[in-house]
Design a protein around this ligand. Structure first.
Ligand SMILES: Cc1cc2nc3c(=O)[nH]c(=O)nc-3n(C[C@H](O)[C@H](O)[C@H](O)COP(=O)(O)O)c2cc1C
Length: 311
């Protein structure tokens, strides 16, 4: 998730048991213009196992070149974005806009698959809108072109994030291909994951927004699906320690000043999940001193989890 699933966040999700994490979307053009510094490599976390790097773009040449560069720097999986609904992306005919032009989508897929030896996967929606539900067609063509896994967010582009994700609609994609299909959209807990899997027949689930302020949720869902007892949801002192660990990792990764700015949205999500966290949230998000924030976060140990966090 752009602006969310950075290296510190993905490291935590992996450590808590996520099977695979995906980088923030990288625009192929930006990738080519940036110098391949160690910093850029670190930002993508290419040395981290079980990490896929997502590329977005519309031109086959730059997409292939960016994929080649990423694979050369150690990316283990390249994911192509055909799901992003944002106007600044679809306006450039990238992201979900490619679902309106499958021939163009295929040229792009073939270029990336042909450029790298590592597996290429594809993220998509159900289609552009209710009149263009072509995810199964795109998936079958992508498989024939060499794509190794498909993730489907069960909404159309026209829906953005409105309504509920339609897990049953992903079944048509499951039937259309032999490669693994992952169902995505509105999965927030083990029961939701089981229902999404049952309705779609998919091979796995992908979790997005439910992991905001809960980087352990993916691992907990995975454990439950394996029939194991998930680790306890952190609360009290354990939650304080988890938040501080994430916070310190962000300061370390970005440096204290930028780290504090990046951390604020994550701290907001964490504090939204504790009963009585509102006052602390308001106070912490106004603070400009990174060390004072760490001290203030100590108070989380005395707050109870909200009902929402028990889900
Ligand atoms: C802030 C934000 C940023 C996102 N960025 C990306 C992205 O870069 N690439 C991508 O494939 N999906 C992105 N998504 C979509 C999610 O991966 C996911 O498909 C969608 O949120 C539905 O799943 P969820 O209900 O589990 O969140 C983003 C979603 C949000 C809310």
């Amino acid at each position: 998730m752009a602006g969310i699933s950075d290296v510190p966040f993905r490291s935590l999700a992996l450590r808590h048991g996520a099977g695979l994490v995906v980088s923030e979307m990288v625009a192929s053009g930006e990738m080519l213009n940036a110098s391949p510094s160690a910093r850029a490599r670190a930002e993508l976390g290419l040395d981290e196992a079980r990490t896929s790097v997502q590329l977005a773009g519309r031109e086959p040449g730059p997409m292939a070149e960016a994929a080649r560069m990423l694979a050369g720097q150690g990316a283990r999986i390249i994911d192509i974005n055909m799901g992003c609904p944002a106007k600044k992306v679809t306006g450039g005919l990238a992201g979900a806009a490619l679902m309106r032009d499958l021939d163009r989508a295929l040229v792009l897929i073939e270029a990336v698959v042909g450029a790298v030896g590592v597996p290429v996967t594809l993220k998509m929606r159900l289609g552009w809108d209710g009149d263009c539900l072509n995810a199964a067609v795109l998936a079958a063509r992508a498989e024939a072109a060499g794509v190794r896994m498909i993730v489907v967010h069960g909404r159309t582009r026209a829906q953005f994030y409105d309504g509920r994700a339609d897990w049953s609609a992903v079944a048509a994609v499951r039937r259309a291909v032999g490669i693994p299909v992952i169902v995505n959209g509105d999965v927030a807990d083990a029961d939701g994951a089981r229902e999404a899997l049952a309705r779609s027949g998919a091979d796995g689930v992908m979790v997005g927004r439910a992991a905001r302020g809960r980087p352990w949720v993916v691992g907990r869902i995975a454990a439950a699906l394996r029939g194991e007892t998930p680790a306890a949801e952190p609360e009290g002192a354990a939650l304080r320690d988890a938040i501080l660990e994430h916070y310190e990792a962000m300061l370390g990764f970005y440096g204290a000043d930028l780290g504090l700015r990046v951390a604020r949205k994550h701290l907001g999500w964490y504090l939204d999940r504790v009963e009585g966290g509102g006052a602390l949230r308001a106070r912490v998000l106004r603070m400009g001193d990174p060390r004072a924030v760490a001290v203030a976060l100590g108070a989380v140990a005395d707050l109870a989890p909200s009902l929402d966090a028990a889900a």
